[in-house]
Design a protein around this ligand. Structure first.
Ligand code: THU
Length: 256
């Protein structure tokens, strides 16, 4: 049995309140434990195009994978796991997982020494500019896993309080589980409690015409409306955009 299961449950409970669930009002968080005892939490992130929701499990897995960590040894849910969550975890993480409790998948009889949490959040010592932001986005792209597309992308989200989070596109055979690098970085940021996303640097060196996809535009519009998105296509000067310009006449569910 995993040591400190109660501590892991406590961590995942505290992450739950960071969910972005204005539509369902049903917060959800998932903790992914790594083989060295580090862990990351992910929260559910909704948007007005309901099926584009980022599930808490995806948030947790992509936050770890975007830092080069794919050695998930257990998954803890904020309440009893749903059947589809179990199926997805077995599929994406480890088909030999045992169900250790209503809310835990892992391996019977193994122990892990819980460490400080995975550093998905880093403090900036100096303010980033487009050159340094894009440098970091290119570094993040090294963690992209692209067996499906061979199209690596990296992204860095910077918050108002000068913290940054990285994301990369991590591909699975089931394309519905794939998130772009932009949404991976946003998932890491929101899951860590980021409130005000100011800049997003994206590096996409394989296309001279790269630009955020439709799904990312909707998510950016809703969770990072005040941001500036810088796109690096390998040229000298990166191009910048605002979410409202990327998605004119955006869909709103309510008048507010
Ligand atoms: N992709 C991104 O990560 N960001 C973009 O802005 C465009 C596309 C990813 C998604 C998928 O893994 C691959 O690139 C091909 O679309």
């Amino acid at each position: 049995m995993i040591e400190s299961l109660d501590t892991l449950r406590h961590y995942v409970q505290s992450a739950t309140s960071r969910s972005f669930v204005p539509y369902s009002c049903q917060p959800r968080a998932v903790l992914a434990l790594l083989s060295d005892g580090r862990w990351t939490c992910g929260v559910r992130i909704e948007n007005a195009c309901y099926p584009l929701v980022i599930p808490a499990l995806s948030s947790a897995l992509v936050s770890a994978a975007s830092m080069g960590r794919r050695d998930v040894v257990a998954v803890v849910f904020s309440s009893s796991m749903k059947e589809e969550e179990k199926t997805t975890a077995l599929h994406l993480v480890d088909s030999s997982f045992d169900q250790l409790d209503d809310d835990v998948l892992g391996h019977v009889g193994r122990t892990y020494h819980l460490q400080e949490k995975l550093a998905t959040c880093k403090d900036l010592k100096l303010r980033l500019n487009p050159t340094s932001g894009i440098f970091l986005a290119r570094q993040a792209a090294r963690y992209a896993h692209t067996p499906e597309s061979d199209f690596p992308v990296g992204a860095i989200v910077v918050t108002e309080d000068q913290k940054y989070f990285q994301g990369a596109n991590i591909e699975y055979p089931d394309w519905r589980q794939i998130l772009c690098a932009e949404r991976a970085a946003i998932a890491a940021a929101i899951s860590a409690g980021a409130k005000d996303i100011r800049q997003i640097y994206v590096s996409c060196l394989k296309s001279s015409k790269a630009s955020p996809c439709g799904a990312c535009r909707q998510v950016l519009y809703e969770v990072a409306p005040n941001s500036v998105i810088w796109i690096d296509r390998g040229e000298e000067v990166a191009e910048s955009f605002r979410p409202k310009d990327l998605l004119p006449d955006a869909f709103h569910l309510s008048e507010s």
